[in-house]
Design a protein around this ligand. Structure first.
Ligand code: AMP
Ligand code: MG
Length: 673
């Protein structure tokens, strides 16, 4: 979608922003796709061992398992008594008459092998025998049921004994028990924990990619496993930027000029979030607003960290230099540079290929300086990225499968407690506190108050982000009592509600709702033709609408065969200003498709095709292989673009470029304002 040439980055300060403003879910997908591709590349070129380490159980909490662990033993290993009492044979119990006695021939206590009194056979072959057992004791061979001690009468000789039972048995005193069958009902195998009844050998205790919790540590310990292979922690460096920041040294020495200077809130905030998400955090300190300082700090960070998170310096001001430095000095590529959200619009995500060593990709998330934007975007972007890395990837998985399976925030419906005014420009991630309403059985969301992006009090106590749409002419307030989707950001909720995976996340699918336009701007009718796409027509209509912002988008057809496509190109272009053919097929097929469409075109527009191809490739590297083709048929501009790379391709022609191209196609004058 964007290039790493100097034009795109230096023009950041121009009013015509080089980066399209894309919906949050699209931005998240782009970031996850980049991370997934790089993990696949690393797997292809490295020993997976590089990414794992063995830790003892005491260090395993919250780590991500890198192996599947099956129980090596059953629990219990052998049949075990659940009660203090006497084990007998159930068949004897069934045939016993009232008053019949069971001879006590020995005992078995927890941790001790069973002992039979001298002269007693070692295979309970005689009927009406019993042995004393304690809770957790191995059930002696030949016995199958246990009767609790309080349900029997223990006798020594012919008299009831008040002596300590175990003591008497150990002392070799012949004893016996009698059971009052009228009062005691015994079932077969009662009070016995059969071998493997708690856990069978071979049961899966930990899945690969699973986050280890206390119960799993207990299970591993119980089955004699004392260390576990985990994924190494992702190393995340955190850098603050801005000349206004008071440095640690200045604070200590008191040598700072108070006017206009501020304390650095972002670094501690982001570092604590990153730690909380399970990564290893590196404090990269502060950089001033100069190219030299930024380059130095970023280089240090990039060489020691997997991901660098910066804050500040990413907006449109003269001193917002981060992107310039990353792109021009450190050869980064911007993957997205503006998001249709509040707070956090300028959030920028970049990758640097082959940094340090071949096949190693570094990621940079550049967050806006306002602390609330920095924190909200850390939640929205860093958390899923780290989840993906912890989840790990398998060689055979496709990038789409990996992204679809990545856990994002748990999401629930909440009821608003207040009227919330909607932003006219952008969907908002409104900070709320949640409280369970017992009567209504739903969480009630109370706003944390003023939501200005500098106002950190709006994060104070926030347990969720409510996804609010942007205002429309019809609706500019969400009323108290309305139900809305909320993303849970508090740890306590995350333990209760499972994180959603991308594929099933309503937030990830609802960008059209979030970004619903107040007024549709570009007066063009777009037609979509899908060829072997993964996404459904509805998804593509939403996606194209969110990028192109046009009057009308219609789904024309899904085509498999060239004949059908040729029929569409001949018959269905009438009244359509731009026909976009979105396809998902291999390199060779895309060549054939291009040749075929080319043969149907009245005129080709190679310049536009080149732009779109570059845009597609910078969103998704493999899209460079796709033969983008653009041209005209009668009054219609026809473009054939790859499904992966669609956002980047259309981003290149959105707005005036596309409108102008259509006007030329239709021989109309371009209405300059
Ligand atoms: P910027 O994104 O650099 O334009 O900064 C936007 C706002 O955030 C400005 O008011 C900055 O002073 C403020 N800001 C930038 N960095 C920090 C930080 N580390 N801690 C607190 N506020 C900051
Ligand atoms: Mg700044």
């Amino acid at each position: 979608m964007m290039s790493n040439n100097s034009n795109s980055s230096t023009s950041k300060n121009s009013t015509n922003h080089p980066h399209p403003m894309i919906p949050v879910p699209d931005a998240m997908r782009i970031a996850l796709r980049e991370v997934a591709s790089s993990l696949l590349r690393e797997i292809d070129h490295d020993e997976p061992k590089t990414f794992t380490e063995t830790v003892s159980l005491e260090h395993a909490l919250h780590r991500s398992s890198a192996e599947i662990i099956q129980a090596p033993i059953s629990i219990p290993v052998v049949d075990t008594s659940i009660m203090d009492g006497f084990c007998i044979r159930y068949a004897d119990y069934l045939s016993a008459q009232s008053g019949d006695e069971f001879k006590v021939i020995g005992y078995s206590v927890a941790g001790d092998a069973s002992m039979r009194n001298e002269g007693e056979a070692h295979d309970a072959s005689n009927s009406f025998e019993a042995m004393y057992v304690t809770t957790g004791a191995v059930l002696p061979a030949g016995f199958d049921s246990v009767i609790p001690i309080e349900k029997v009468t223990f006798k020594e000789g012919s008299r009831e004994s008040n002596n300590d039972v175990l003591e008497s048995i150990r002392n070799g005193h012949a004893g016996c028990i009698s059971i009052d069958k009228g009062k005691v009902a015994l079932a077969e195998k009662q009070w016995v924990r059969k071998a493997g009844s708690d856990l069978k050998a071979g049961a899966v205790l930990l899945h690969e990619g699973q986050t280890i919790c206390s119960a799993q540590i207990a299970l591993l310990a119980q089955t004699g496993i004392f260390s576990v292979l985990v994924r190494r922690k992702t190393i995340v460096g955190v850098l603050s930027t801005g000349d206004e920041l008071i440095g640690e040294r200045n604070i200590q020495s008191g040598t700072w000029n108070k006017v206009g200077k501020i304390y650095d809130a972002n670094r501690p905030a982001i570092m604590s979030l990153v730690q909380n998400f399970g990564a290893l955090v590196v404090d990269l300190g502060q950089a001033s607003d100069t190219i030299e300082s930024l380059e130095e700090k970023l280089s240090v960070g990039l060489s020691s960290c997997d991901i660098v998170v910066t804050s500040g310096g990413v907006s449109m001001g003269e001193l917002d230099l981060i992107e310039n430095v990353l792109v021009q000095k450190l050869h980064a590529t911007v993957k997205f540079g503006r998001i249709h959200m509040k707070p956090g619009k300028p959030t920028t995500f970049l990758t640097i290929e082959n940094f340090g060593s071949k096949n190693l990709t570094k990621f940079v998330l550049s967050l806006p300086g306002n602390p609330v934007s920095a924190m909200v975007c850390s939640h929205l972007f860093i958390y899923p990225i780290l989840n993906l890395i912890n989840r790990g990837v398998k060689r055979h998985e496709t990038v789409n499968e990996i992204v679809d399976g990545t856990p994002v925030h748990p999401e629930i419906d909440v009821v608003l407690n207040d009227d919330l005014k909607l932003d006219r420009e952008r969907p908002e991630y409104h900070r709320v506190k949640l409280k369970w309403d017992v009567g209504r059985s739903i969480f009630v969301a109370t706003s944390t108050g003023m939501q200005r992006s500098s106002c950190l009090m709006s994060m104070n106590g926030a347990t969720a982000l409510v996804c609010l749409p942007r205002a429309t002419d019809d609706k500019n307030i969400c009323k108290a009592g309305e139900k809305h989707l909320a993303l849970l950001i508090s740890n306590s909720f995350k333990d209760i509600v499972e994180p959603q995976i991308v594929k099933h996340s309503r937030h990830m699918l609802r960008h059209s709702i979030l970004t619903k336009r107040k007024k549709i701007k570009v007066p063009l009718k777009i037609g979509l033709v899908l060829r072997k796409t993964v996404g459904s027509p509805e998804e593509h209509i939403e996606r194209v609408q969110s990028i192109l912002d046009t009057v009308e988008i219609v789904f024309v057809d899904s085509v498999l065969h060239q004949e059908r496509l040729s029929q569409i190109l001949l018959e269905k272009t009438k009244g359509i200003d731009v026909l976009i053919i979105i396809s998902n097929e291999g390199f060779r097929d895309s060549n054939k498709l291009a040749a075929f469409i080319d043969s149907c075109l009245h005129k080709r527009s190679d310049a536009l095709a080149l732009q779109m191809r570059q845009g597609a490739a910078s969103e998704c590297g493999l899209a460079a292989l796709f033969e983008v083709i653009v041209g005209t048929i009668n009054q219609t501009l026809v473009c054939s673009v790859p499904e992966e790379g669609l956002v980047g391709a259309l981003g290149k022609i959105r707005g005036r470029v596309m409108f102008h191209a259509v006007m030329i196609t239709q021989g109309k004058p371009y209405p300059h304002k």
